[in-house]
Design a protein around this ligand. Structure first.
Ligand code: GLY
Length: 572
């Protein structure tokens, strides 16, 4: 009896200690998102307050913008699991305080045994869902290689330090936001379909404040911290990824993981009036398309016409129509296909491309094929973070699993979701992917090739000085959103908060319509555009910008988008 009482007493004490520890860690991981901040020295804008905090802490310890971005990226893999990732990839554009620029491509790759027709049935038809859901949809992940490459070239603090916030958040858990809880609830049946083993995301009803603890992910993060590349691309983690692949018909192999390398590329740089625009080259289409759009609308009096005037929307939509037609034909991984970047960005070509623009009538997309020029042979869930540090270094990085929680496959043992990035290839010429984008030979599947992206991490200079850092998730709408938010500031005179939160529209050649956010246009403008032959489709939201603007007095204004309740901007 006495013994039983002692056991009970011990049990109560242990329970109280655990509750106490949990309350303390919950208190440490509480957060209230902040959408707008102005600061004198540095700024971090991310999709989640706990990730922002991880980045700011690194800056306070003397780290630079690249260090902070790495800490944010790892933290996002924990607190923003629908898009933050270890199992995906991304693009990073860097502008140092001295004006030097760089770009890092850590996009996923097609596994070695991938082939052009792998998503087609015996009749040559696309098998629905095969490139978007389940194990076969995953490409070889690039995120860990990318973050390590970024650190090797630009990191200032010890790499190990940069993983600490993520490890703590995964180990101790954190309260999920309402937005994450909603998202988790809507994907329960997909999680159950593609995951035989139990995992921390399976739960009948998530509500805001529920704690998400990810012990397996904490272990993987520790392996990366202690072993670097081999903590992910070899050893236990690689074994777990490959075992997961074997369990569900996936094809990422040990060889694919061992051979994955991130790639430094020359950023694409273009001029729009007084602004120098620095963005991402292929394997993203983002930079090429953004620079094409800007050049095409540059001759038109946008400022005079005004924000969302029928004239401005018409010319911007018509430029988009032509740019996305070019994208479908000519854009792909430049390591595999001779993407004619110089021709696509040639001033005379872009002027000619708009020669059939009719100021009072929509051109039909059928009539707008991809542009013609002689090719010279020489030549719906992603995430973005914008960071500026006290040394004036800026980083714009977009990362993704592609869809929410990628292919929905959680690597048993290693604790993270894998991407479904294979769907960003053109799985069959002319057949639209999940974003409605069509492609051709340039973006056909080939072993080791990177699938074409629309991610557009961008940095803008004005008169030789840092002006703006921006980017967004949003699949095919990423490019047109970066385009519009920049123009909202540069042409339509908006402050950053207004520019980010203003209503948006999108045209991508096919389907031949202007997508608008519900209620974004005044009815008279829409009617006038319909009279010119434009068709409309309303959607709930278009993209989720995270941006930083250097104010005339030198301070930094950071803004997260109202469209994601968790977006968060903080500075020092
Ligand atoms: N997965 C979306 C993109 O890369 O564009």
């Amino acid at each position: 009896m006495k013994f039983a009482k002692s056991i009970l007493f011990l049990g109560v004490i242990l329970g109280m200690a655990l509750a106490c520890q949990r309350a303390l860690s919950d208190a440490a991981h509480q957060y209230i998102p902040q959408k707008s901040a102005v600061a004198a020295n540095s700024m971090v804008v991310t999709p989640h307050a706990l990730a922002t905090r991880a980045g700011l802490d690194v800056l306070k310890q003397g780290g630079n913008a690249v260090d902070a971005t790495i800490a944010v990226h790892f933290a996002m893999a924990v607190v923003f699991p629908r898009a933050g990732n270890l199992g995906g990839g991304g693009f990073m554009v860097i502008r140092l305080g001295n004006g030097a620029t760089d770009a890092l491509d850590y996009r996923e790759k097609a596994p070695a045994s991938a082939h052009r027709d792998m998503y087609l049935d015996s009749l040559g038809n696309v098998i629905k869902g095969l490139s978007t859901d389940g194990h076969l949809a995953a490409g070889t992940p690039g995120t860990v290689a990318g973050l390590i490459a970024a650190h090797q070239k630009y990191g200032k603090l010890d790499f190990k330090k940069l993983l600490e916030p993520a490890i703590r958040l995964a180990e101790e858990g954190f309260p999920v936001s309402g937005a994450e809880a909603d998202r988790l609830n809507s994907f329960q049946s997909a999680f159950r379909k593609f995951n035989a083993a139990p995992n921390p995301f399976l739960k009948d009803n998530w509500t805001a404040g529920d704690r998400l603890v990810q012990k397996e992910l904490a272990r993987t993060l520790r392996l990366i911290r202690d072993k670097g590349l081999t903590g992910f691309y070899a050893g236990e983690t690689a074994d777990e990824i490959v075992a997961e692949m074997h369990s569900g018909g996936g094809i990422v192999s040990h060889e694919d993981l061992k051979n994955y390398q991130a790639k430094w590329r020359k950023p694409l740089i273009g001029q729009y009036k007084d602004y120098k625009v620095i963005s991402m080259p292929p394997s993203s289409s983002g930079g090429v398309a953004l620079l094409q759009l800007l050049k095409m609308v540059e001759p038109f009096p946008l400022r005079q016409w005004g924000f969302q005037s029928k004239e401005a929307v018409h010319v911007m939509a018509e430029a988009s129509r032509r740019v996305y037609a070019d994208r479908s034909q000519y854009l792909g991984d430049s390591d595999f296909f001779p993407v004619p970047i110089d021709s696509l960005l040639n001033d005379r070509y872009l002027l000619k491309r708009m020669a059939d623009f009719n100021a009072s009538k929509a051109t039909s997309s059928e009539a707008v094929g991809a542009g013609n020029f002689k090719i010279s042979m020489e030549s719906f869930e992603t995430e973005h973070t914008s960071v500026v540090d006290a040394y004036g270094n800026a980083v714009s990085v977009t990362t993704t699993l592609n869809s929410n929680y990628g292919c929905k496959v959680w690597v048993d043992g290693a604790g993270f979701f894998l991407n479904n990035e294979m769907d960003d290839f053109s799985v069959k010429p002319g057949v639209p992917n999940q974003f409605g984008l069509v492609g051709a030979e340039a973006n056909a599947i080939q072993p080791h090739k990177r699938m074409l992206s629309s991610m557009t991490p961008t940095i803008v200079e004005k008169e030789g000085k840092l002006f703006m850092v921006l980017g967004t998730p949003g699949g095919s709408t990423i490019i047109t959103t970066v385009f519009q938010v920049f123009l909202n500031v540069a042409e339509f005179g908006m402050d950053l908060e207004k520019a980010v939160n203003a209503g948006r529209f999108h045209h991508q050649w096919l389907p031949d319509l202007i997508m608008t956010e519900r209620g974004a246009f005044n009815p008279a403008t829409r009617q006038a555009l319909e009279g010119m032959g434009h068709r409309f489709q309303e959607v709930e939201r278009i993209a989720v910008i995270k941006a930083i603007l250097k104010l005339p007095d030198g301070r930094l204004h950071g803004v997260g988008d109202f469209r994601n309740p968790d977006d968060d901007a903080r500075g020092e």
